[in-house]
Design a protein around this ligand. Sequence first.
Ligand code: 4AD
Length: 455
Amino acid sequence: KRREEAKGVGLVDSGDATKSKIFALPDLIGKRVQFQGWVHRYRPQKTNYFLVIRDGTGFVQCILTGDCIRTTDALDLTVESTVEISGKVEKVKEGQSAPGGIEVVVDYWKIIGLAPGGDDAFEGRLRIDTDPSIRADLRHLELRGETATSVMRVRAALLRAFRDRFHARRVIEVTPPCMVQTSVEGGSTLFEFDYYGAKAYLTQSSQLYLETVLPSLGDVYCIQESFRAEKSLTRRHLSEYTHLEAELVFIKFKDLLDHIEGMICEVVDVLLADPSTAEIIHTLHPEFKPPQRPFMRLDYRDAITYLNEHDITKEDGTPHVIGDDIAEAAERKMTDQIGRPIMLIHFPKILKSFYMKALSDAPEFTESVDVLVPGVGEVVGGSMRISDLEELIAGYKREGIPMEPYYWFTDQRKYGTTEHGGYGLGVERFLAWLLKRYTVRECSLYPRWMGRATP
Ligand code: 4AD
């Protein structure tokens, strides 16, 4: 019967409205506005239908009454449909709350794209209990949710904040290639592909390329995708991740540590100073506190002692000895116990890549650093680089790396060598720490891991 009645109801748009995006509506109180968006929530009641509309810039509550709820569109409307809305912006009534403290009293609206109802309805496709592999298949829909949207917003703000802090330090952004013919972090995690008949790889790190422009641009950084053919499915490993890397010239190891610590703390401060990102951080990670400076600096050898004193064993149950890699579980356990960021320094040469500078008083160890944070473990890996040509050649030899493809990197040590160092920060890991996400997969737009490259 209602459908029969509704057929006769036609809404007329007076046309006289200010076109707006939702974020700007609180500045238009008292005005008639028009905007478009997706139906985020839909709550029909007897005489009022409440809609929450989202357009990517914000959320707004809309109230439909009178003829607006008598149309067939009102009967058919579903969550995730797109609609056009016209109406008057009003302050929410005393004692009520709505996004932006306003609501729109609608006098004209129409459906632009009706989303399906019934078995194919949006709400039914993604539920809390939906199997993780189905959720992964539906990442394109999950990204419409409030949590995923919040994470992506902070991600954007984080990248902006890093760029801002680099700019303040006069560190210049460059964009190195993703398709390369050398490896930085060893052959085991290289993605290889056919490049016009030659072997090429997806880059593991842009470090070597950053090093080549120190003589022309000075300190440089990049925010670039890195690729790792990780054969394990862990909470913190992706096959493709956003790698924020910097290379700084004429510095000493201490300068490198101070720089990394400064960048992390300043970026956190920038994010907390912005009310919209601060609100998300406090919602997703209520107990988050900005890290205190200086970060704890822990020598690798002291970390081994710590692990043994606290009964944190290797995966096979045996105690750690000097020279052992500290595996993910042990690293996280130690970091969680200590409960604040740690700069783990001076790793053994045998655990690290060919380019790392040795400690002058203990040449089996390196001027290297991993920054470990609670909940995640390693978020940054960095080091001072070998500045001496002969030492670099010895490094290639030690790691069994053929020198020829690295000729352009070797040239840096020939033509005006310098002390320099740098680091790489995993953007998804940093976000997982900041926003207390269980896995880095939640912090990537379309995460890739072993077996997953869709959507
Ligand atoms: O420690 P890594 O392998 O260091 C390098 O690649 C250096 N060449 C960087 C440099 O000095 N310019 O990686 C650096 C950071 C890690 O600390 C981690 O945060 C992140 O990159 N990372 C990953 N993040 C997600 N998934 C993976 N598979 C990652 N591998 C490394």
